[in-house]
Design a protein around this ligand. Structure first.
Ligand SMILES: Cc1ncc(COP(=O)(O)O)c(C=O)c1O
Length: 379
């Protein structure tokens, strides 16, 4: 079976983890925490970073560190991984779902503008599948309306917008290091913030709100969201290889683009002025009704795939009868293909040949060549 993802642990991960074990610093204190946070902030181009135990709590902390809570509305795309929406509810605020853009599959700034009310406090830009959102448009809207801009970069490590790493455009940004992410710590996450005070607040909340000067004194209802030294050790070793990992992922995308050329599907475009990190090599089928049959065909040929996220508004706890036509359409037509860094050109050729074989045996109508034209960056 060619899996959708597997971590690439070929660097100093074992050596660093053994250092944790040998030193007995296996909990959430130890030298690797600071080393990983510092190296991560440097890589992103951020002033400050604080590690956490996953990308979901990173979002929860980001919201609470900005003071978002009951009575506040936060605008978020319905087409996203569920944590981007659930964490707004965890913070006691109300998610306001908006549609995405067909061109780049990301939150639509025009839809954001339409859903602003006097209660809106923040917008969450989720950089989905490794592409960047339209940050100029979102920054403009947020500054006009005095809203916080939060970037969910769980799927976008290595992604650039106009030469800057995503996560550096908003007030606060979050990352995930789950096992299928561009770098992994098993489970893990990071919060970065523009203002030191916001990061200090995130740090305070992640460490049980403990007083820095009085032992066992807690001045706020807070959490234990800390990362362990062992996870940070793995993260540091992973980060040492980030350039090679992103380069390889971009190479894999190119192999897919060549091998899938001419088929009735579209790959995720790299918009002008951005660098896509291809967390997932994803395709949008012209005919979404064929998706399940194609996935089954690939599974029968030992290729694992993933469907796109169902929009949040279709789930019972975030249900909305409002129309989100683009999100629904993208969600119904998308498949993520195997995308891990150790894939070889032969692996990619094999996956593509199985897709081609499905199309040629009548599984999908061959209607038009793959659309490699990057649409204009709207901002
Ligand atoms: C867009 C997005 N946000 C948040 C998360 C949550 O991260 P984690 O799984 O580390 O909690 C994910 C994870 O898969 C994600 O894809």
């Amino acid at each position: 079976m060619i899996p959708v993802y597997q971590p690439c642990l070929t660097g100093r991960e074992k050596e660093y983890v053994n250092q944790c074990l040998d030193s007995t610093w296996i909990s959430s204190r130890g030298e690797f925490i600071n080393r990983f946070e510092k190296a991560f902030a440097d890589y992103i181009g951020a002033h400050h970073a604080t590690s956490v135990c996953n990308g979901t709590v990173a979002l929860h902390l980001a919201l609470e560190a900005l003071g978002i809570g009951p009575g506040d509305e936060v605008i978020v795309p319905t087409f996203t991984y569920i944590a981007s929406v659930n964490t707004i509810v965890h913070a006691g605020a109300t998610p306001v779902l908006v549609d995405s853009r067909e061109t780049d599959w990301q939150i639509d700034p025009e839809q954001v503008r339409r859903r602003i009310t006097p209660r809106t406090r923040a917008v969450i830009a989720v950089h989905l599948y490794g592409a960047a959102c339209d940050m100029e448009a979102l920054q403009r809207i947020c500054s006009e309306h005095r809203l916080f801009l939060i970037e969910d970069c769980a799927e976008a490590l290595g992604t650039l917008y106009k030469g800057r790493h995503v996560g550096t455009f908003g007030d606060v940004a979050t990352f995930s290091f789950f096992g299928n992410k561009t770098i992994t710590t098993g489970e893990g996450g990071m919060v970065i913030a523009r203002e030191k005070s916001v990061l200090e607040s995130a740090y305070h909340l992640k460490t049980q709100g403990v007083s820095p000067v009085r032992e066992y004194w807690h001045d706020v209802v807070a959490y234990n969201y800390r990362m362990t030294n062992i996870c940070a050790a793995i993260g540091l070793a992973q980060l040492e290889k980030i350039d090679a990992i992103v380069e390889k992922k971009r190479q894999i995308q190119q192999w897919y683009e060549q091998a899938l050329s001419g088929l009735p599907l579209r790959m995720h475009a790299e918009l002008p002025g951005t660098r896509h990190s291809y967390w997932m090599c994803s395709v949008l089928l012209d005919d979404g009704t064929q998706r399940q049959a194609l996935r089954e065909h690939l599974k029968a040929n030992d290729v694992e795939t993933r469907p796109f996220f169902p929009p949040a508004h279709t789930m019972p706890h975030h249900y909305s009868a409002d129309a989100f036509p683009i999100a629904e359409n993208l969600s119904a037509r998308g498949i993520s293909l195997p995308s891990y860094p150790a894939l070889t050109e032969e692996d990619v050729a094999y996956v593509a040949s199985r897709i081609r074989n499905f199309v040629e045996s009548g599984g999908m109508q061959k209607t038009r060549p793959v659309d490699q034209q990057a649409p204009a960056l709207v901002s």
